[in-house]
Structures are given as C-alpha cells and as structure tokens.
Design a protein around this ligand. Structure first.
Ligand SMILES: O=C(O)c1ccccc1N[C@@H]1O[C@H](COP(=O)(O)O)[C@@H](O)[C@H]1O
Length: 180
C-alpha cells in the first residue's frame, strides 16, 4: 500500500517517515497553504529525501510547482495537467484518465473527514489514494468502505500546521497495517 504523509516541513520529519515505513513524503508549494515551505527549502527537503523515500510536490495549479517539479518523483495537482508522474487530486469524477494516481480529496489540508465515497470512485481502486481528514482514529473506517491503492495524511498527524508528531505518524501507520 502507498502511504503518503503530506505537508512535511523539516528533515527530521523525513527521517521519521523513512523510519516508520511510509512510502512517500509530500511538500506543499501552494502559497496560501499554512504548510508552504517556499522553493529553496522545498528543494533542500526533496534533495535530502532523494533515493530514501519517494517525494511528491503538491500544488493546486502546475504554475505553483513548475520551478521545482523536476526535483520530485511525483507531482500532485488539483487542476489537471498532463504529466507522466501526475497524482491528480479531485473530489469529482475525472474527465481525463491519464494519471499515475487519483487522489480523492475533499479536504486539501483542512482536515475534513467524510467516509462515504461516490460510486465512480470504486472504478479506480487500483490507482486510488484516499485522503481528507484521515487520523489514526478514523483511518480504519476507510478500509471498511473501500480498499484503495493508498492513503494520504496531513493534518491528522500534526500538532500544529506543518508540525508533525512522531507518535501520531507511528499510530497512523500501525492502524493501517492492522487492515492490510
Ligand atoms: O496541506 C495543504 O495545505 C494543502 C494545500 C493545498 C492542496 C493540498 C493540500 N494538502 C493535501 O490535502 C490532503 C488532505 O489533507 P488533510 O489530511 O485533510 O489535512 C493532504 O494529504 C495533502 O495531500
């Protein structure tokens, strides 16, 4: 299972993700996000993680990541752009099928959890990432409804915006392992 922790802001958090067995770390380049790190720091974080854990740059529009996306394994966008390594974020049925992963996200970093999935989502389970308000406490509920290719968490393992908790990250991945 592909397990991504998003909104990473420090080298230490990358180390935690590696130690705990996460698949990927996400770094946010949407300038209005409270987890925005800026280009210089974002590239340093990506370089640090390179070849140790997969990296994802996150923006709403391609413009937000165009100067950095070459440094990352995947590009997560909410406005579609044709890219070989696209993780396409949407809450609506996609009208384009060319993406590596589809991330079903009604939250975009706001911690909104709703554990009901429209019928069309089940057509994409082999490349579906579920996200939106996931926490160690509620992630088990997801697997009662759907078995996706992966999950993505951000605010549910934080103590403040961009400040991840090792303990919460640990609990989150332990809960997932009980279900897969
Ligand atoms: O985290 C953000 O601030 C953000 C900003 C803009 C687009 C996406 C963002 N985050 C992504 O949203 C999911 C869900 O977040 P949460 O778990 O509900 O806090 C997160 O995993 C990021 O991929």
């Amino acid at each position: 299972m592909f397990i991504k922790v998003c909104g990473i802001t420090t080298f230490e958090q990358i180390e935690w993700a590696i130690e705990l067995g996460y698949s990927a770390v996400g770094i946010v380049f949407h300038p209005k996000s409270k987890r925005y790190v800026g280009y210089t720091k974002g590239i340093k974080l990506a370089d640090y993680a390179k070849n140790k854990i997969l990296t994802v740059c996150v923006g709403i529009d391609f413009d937000e990541v165009k100067d950095v996306y070459d440094n990352f394994d995947y590009v997560q966008l909410y406005n579609y752009r044709e890219l070989d390594n696209l993780i396409y974020g949407t809450a609506d049925k996609p009208d384009n099928e060319k993406f590596k992963y589809l991330i079903f996200d009604r939250s975009m970093g706001k911690g909104v959890f709703e554990c009901d999935y429209p019928e069309w989502v089940y057509d994409y389970t082999d490349r579906l990432l579920v996200s939106g308000g996931l926490t160690p406490e509620n992630v088990g509920n997801v697997f009662e409804k759907i078995i996706p290719a992966g999950v993505d968490v951000s605010s549910g393992v934080e103590v403040d915006y961009g400040v991840k908790s090792f303990e919460k990250m640990k609990l989150f991945i332990e809960k997932i392992k009980q279900h897969i």
